[in-house]
Design a protein around this ligand. Structure first.
Ligand code: SAH
Ligand code: SF4
Ligand code: F3S
Length: 435
């Protein structure tokens, strides 16, 4: 009765959290299994950021009820952001057994022991820093480390501050210990995670440690450990951080800097606390100090009251920055947020879809141009595994976070290989190993 299957949706932070849940369960006599058919308990780590993310989970739980008919003792649990947002309605309406919010994972085994149980208490100080997470579905090369939890930025469209609670940072010493352990276990690419890593702050021996210093400390563990981070809020991206990235070759030359909109009116309404001009100044700073840095973004199409002109400004900022890649969404009204309470979700669905598609089409062109510029250049690629389409090829990533495919030869996962780029699509680079 002790087999647990954990399924993860949502952001990278949820992947890291599933590792924490897995570790707590292992320490309490449970076994993690890799198939739902072997499970006595199925836990679904969920995301509440957009309505379609939630719909998918409701459908998944509905489908799992069929499995429960075959195995009446099977327990289903919802953990993560939807657990926090929907609380006991998940027990009443979705008929799940366990509801566990993001700050209650230490008690997950106690909740599983009961026939139905809920714990969605948020905490001011829980960081799970003493728990070294289990590595679930890991490739053995890349791993995530949560360096902080929560968010207090209250962007008006966003549910995260309500599902994740207060912002809190974890001690540098515990982060470095975890990173060292991962390196010793063979991991070579570590991403430091937080909703806004630029506001990382921890007082150590009476001295404040901020993100730039933490990043450098992790990078110093070993030159062959690549260090990445996500996400940077543009309002807090400092020159000190840009200098830190430039200063060490193993800090990846890749910054994810979500813009959300290219219109100052929308940015203000979104409570993003920067203007287009300030954002572009940060981009200039990055380009000046780290000429080979890749930049990606998040954007929302069709936020409340967005005019055709606002939308055109979003396309415009994409053309100005020339993003290497982007995560693009249409606005989804979230109950509980400021936007839900104060603004009208007034852009028609068909119009949202059209605007989003225009952004996607533009970005595809920009990604292609960015990749074409790499043809003829040589990059150091960290091999992450065999190409899924062709087992005679390997795939890996550049420091700039671009995926490269090339002939396997006698190379393997974890190797650093110099690859010259010969061809590309908008999503992938294709190259050849050089000696
Ligand atoms: N902390 C990160 C983002 C976390 S959520 C940051 O500040 O950038 C990831 C992305 O989801 C956001 O950047 C935003 O683009 C998108 N998003 C958040 N709420 C949304 C909503 N209500 N509708 C559509 N997209 C949303
Ligand atoms: Fe959401 Fe804004 Fe916090 Fe990001 S910074 S998680 S978009 S509230
Ligand atoms: Fe989703 Fe929660 Fe992450 S809402 S984006 S899983 S913090």
């Amino acid at each position: 009765m002790n087999n647990v299957y954990i399924e993860t949706y949502g952001c990278q932070m949820n992947q890291a959290d599933s590792g924490i849940v897995g570790k707590v369960l292992e320490d309490n006599g449970y076994k993690l299994v890799s198939s739902q058919d072997d499970a006595d308990v199925i836990l679904i780590n969920t995301c509440a950021v957009r309505d379609n993310a939630e719909k998918r989970i409701h459908n998944r739980v509905h489908d799992l009820q069929a499995l429960k008919k075959k195995n009446p003792l099977l327990k289903i649990g919802i953990i993560g952001c939807m657990a926090e947002r929907l609380q006991d309605s998940l027990i009443k309406e979705d008929k799940v057994n366990i509801v566990c919010g993001p700050d209650s994972y230490r008690k997950i085994h106690e909740l599983i022991n009961q026939s139905t149980a809920i714990d969605v208490e948020l905490s001011k100080d829980e960081t799970y820093e003493d728990i070294i997470p289990a590595q679930l579905n890991s490739d053995g090369i890349s791993a995530f480390i949560s360096i902080m939890r929560g968010c207090e930025n209250f962007c008006t469209y966003c549910v995260v501050p309500y599902t994740r609670g207060k912002e809190r940072s974890r001690s540098p010493q515990s982060i470095i210990q975890e990173a060292k352990q991962l390196f010793d276990d063979g991991y070579r690419d570590i991403t430091l995670l937080g909703q806004n890593v630029n506001s990382y702050i921890y007082t150590e021996d009476g001295k404040e440690v901020r993100f730039a210093e933490l990043l450098v400390r992790v990078a110093r563990i070993n030159p062959s450990l690549r260090v990445r981070f996500a996400t940077s809020h543009p309002k807090d991206l400092s020159e000190e951080l840009v200098n830190a990235i430039a200063s060490m070759p193993n800090i990846c030359k890749y910054i994810h800097l979500p813009v959300q909109s290219g219109s100052n009116i929308m940015l203000k309404k979104m409570n993003r606390k920067y203007t287009v001009e300030e954002y572009l100044a940060k981009i200039d700073l990055i380009r000046k100090k780290i000429p080979d840095c890749a930049i990606s973004t998040d954007v929302i199409a069709g936020f409340c009251g967005e005019t055709e002109e606002d939308h055109a400004m979003t396309l415009d900022i994409f053309r100005k920055v020339r993003y290497d890649s982007a995560f693009m969404f249409k606005y989804s009204d979230r109950p509980g947020t400021v936007a839900h309470k104060r603004f009208v979700d007034d852009i028609e669905e068909t119009e949202k879809v059209r605007r989003l598609q225009e952004i996607i089409d533009l970005q595809r062109e920009l990604s292609l141009q960015s990749n074409q510029k790499d043809i003829g250049k040589t990059f150091e690629v960290l091999v992450e595994g065999e190409s899924k389409r062709d087992s005679s090829k390997l795939f890996g990533r550049t420091s700039q976070n671009k995926v490269v495919i090339f002939d396997k030869g006698d190379n393997k996962k974890g190797d650093y290989i110099d690859v010259i780029i010969e061809n590309c699509t908008s999503a992938t680079l294709f190259g050849k190993k050089i000696n």
